[in-house]
Design a protein around this ligand. Structure first.
Ligand SMILES: C[S@@+](CC[C@H](N)C(=O)[O-])C[C@H]1O[C@@H](n2cnc3c(N)ncnc32)[C@H](O)[C@@H]1O
Length: 290
């Protein structure tokens, strides 16, 4: 790959997905895009770049997808799910007692382990959620991971990463070498294709937003822009959950960290957030009734 080709790819990826590659990541591009060039019947990265420059939208989309990092596993980092069970949901049960509904967004849900971990947490809450409407919306830039998430089928290796055996037995069905999340848990999660760089206000207002391990790939301005828009889509007394290597501190005043709750944030100015929350949340298709 020539230096101009690398620069072309670097700029395109930043514009299309927010991915902020430093000047020395040629190896990463090569390891991801050489196999793709073969799949596309092209002779290598130069050929791939020529095809992109010629305006092939499908090849551009495949390049953007191939450069996403989709690493995830069930109950990743554990602490956010402890917060969800012990802090977020008890508060929701109290504060949403009259409307009996909670909207949750996994803003970079990848292959589904994160939204399904949340769905299993909710299922474990049992009768406390009787009569509640719970929505979990999982979005991602990659259509390939969304497809896998929708199917909810995982290998032995994947279910061995982070998933307690009792939950595996209770919420999955074995099909040959694979395990599929039970239909009831799958029905709790709706999937949508969404690029965080684009407007997401059409999703409505959420009570809880999990946006974990995606902002680390973006530059500061992109993070700030996304935080500011997330603040308008998080309910006034809602929660934002970030990944272990992510924070709002030093970037935005729109969220403040929850003391002694690592990774947990709340909108900073409830009055401003309330004003933006006036827009009603659109009703998305799948709503789990408990
Ligand atoms: C490392 S995974 C994190 C998955 C999960 N949140 C977790 O923490 O386990 C990052 C995900 O972000 C998605 N992603 C990358 N850029 C994105 C963008 N601009 N908009 C939406 N999703 C994006 C990738 O496709 C990938 O599935």
């Amino acid at each position: 790959m020539t230096p101009p080709e690398y620069e072309y790819l670097r700029k395109l990826l930043k514009d299309q997905s927010g991915l902020d590659l430093s000047t020395d990541k040629q190896y990463l591009i090569e390891s991801r895009l050489l196999p793709l060039s073969r799949v596309c019947g092209l002779s290598g990265i130069s050929d791939l770049v020529q095809t992109m420059k010629a305006g092939s939208a499908s090849v551009i989309a495949q390049v953007v997808e191939a450069m996403t990092t989709n690493e995830t596993f069930f109950f990743r980092d554990k602490v956010p799910f402890d917060h969800f069970r012990d802090t977020i949901m008890p508060e929701m049960l109290k504060e949403r007692a009259s409307r009996k509904s909670v909207r949750i967004w996994c803003a970079a849900g990848s292959t589904g382990q994160e939204p399904y971990s949340l769905a299993m947490c909710l299922k474990e809450m049992g009768p406390r959620l009787a009569g509640w409407r719970i929505e979990i919306v999982a979005t991602d830039l990659s259509r390939e991971v969304l497809e896998k998430s929708r199917a909810g089928i995982y290998s032995q290796f994947e279910v061995q990463r982070g998933l307690p055996i009792q939950m595996l037995v209770k919420h999955f069905r074995q099909t040959g070498e694979f395990w599929q999340v039970n239909a009831e848990i799958r029905a709790m999660v709706q999937h949508r294709h969404l690029n965080l760089l684009h407007d997401f206000s059409q999703l409505g207002i959420f009570d809880v937003v999990f946006c974990r391990n995606v902002l680390i790939y973006f530059d500061q301005d992109t993070k700030i822009n996304i935080f500011n828009r997330l603040a308008r889509t998080t309910g006034p007394d809602g929660f934002l959950v970030l990944g272990a290597a992510e924070t709002v501190v030093g970037l935005t005043e729109t969220f403040k960290p929850c003391p002694e709750r690592r990774g947990l944030y709340r909108p900073h100015d409830p009055h401003a957030a309330r004003a933006s929350a006036v827009a009603t949340a659109p009703r998305l298709a799948a709503v789990a009734g408990f």
